[in-house]
Design a protein around this ligand. Structure first.
Ligand SMILES: [Zn+2]
Length: 242
């Protein structure tokens, strides 16, 4: 399968004895690439994408679409995967919905489906809160990777999932760095799939809006680079299945 642990070296392939090549027929000198080479490459791409273990098995197939809202969201992800890598102006998606509706599942599924289908591009998963903490640490401590080392993959990957946008309120200073990352991706037409628990018009007026969580400048940039997909009225599947 795709999802061997990063630390496990691949076992020697019995078909090619690890050479990567197999004879076309027994009496022929001609060889062809063994299928394991594709598997190995896919495995390396999954590892490089930094997908958390919890979400390693999140495919479109395993997504349970129990309502029209969820069906629509799944379709939008499927469309992105089908179009990849030819998204119009690199437009991504902004998945907005409450906890446990499957936003992260779908965002990860996009990365895994693109890798599984052998389509090109560097994929990366990043959790917003972890990212903010890493950015902060890179300024507080000389021992951790420098800011540019930390940010480079976020700027350069072809498809980024930025999970749980707004889960932490960044300082103005971190907000500026985030804007730099997001705006660079926008200018380079590199697609991003965002997930967030916050809405533009929350059902409860006491709840904060996404804009209040991440700032006006970032919210308006998002509007230009990602289509909004709202999971309104979708129930928490984790709660339902317990
Ligand atoms: Zn092989």
């Amino acid at each position: 399968m795709l999802h061997a642990a990063a630390s496990t070296p691949p076992a020697t392939c019995p078909r090619c004895n690890g050479s990567g090549w197999i004879p076309v027929s027994a009496d022929s000198l001609r060889v062809e690439a063994c299928a394991c080479q594709g598997d190995l490459r896919r495995q390396q791409r999954v590892v490089a994408a930094s997908i958390p273990k919890r979400y390693e098995h999140c495919t479109l197939e395993t997504f349970r679409e129990k309502s029209a809202v969820l069906r629509n969201a799944k379709t939008r992800i499927q469309e992105l995967v089908d179009l990849w890598p030819h998204l119009s102006e690199g437009r991504g998606l902004l998945l907005m919905g409450g906890c446990g509706v499957g936003k992260t599942h779908l965002a990860v599924a996009a990365l895994l489906e693109i890798i599984r289908s052998g389509k090109p591009g560097r994929m990366l998963f990043s959790n917003f809160q972890d990212l903010i903490q890493e950015i902060q640490a890179s300024f507080d401590n000389d021992q951790v990777p420098s800011k540019s080392e930390l940010l480079r993959p976020l700027l350069e990957v072809d498809l980024l999932v930025l999970d749980e946008l707004g889960s932490q309120k960044p300082t103005t200073f971190v907000q500026d760095i985030l804007y730099y990352v997001i705006n660079t991706r926008y200018n380079e037409e590199r697609a991003t799939i965002f997930t967030t628990n916050y809405f533009d018009r929350p059902a409860d007026v006491k709840d904060e809006t996404l804009e209040q969580r991440i700032g006006t400048r970032l919210r308006s940039r998002l509007a230009e680079m990602a289509e909004r997909v709202e999971f309104t009225g979708a129930t928490d599947h984790r709660r339902n299945t317990l």
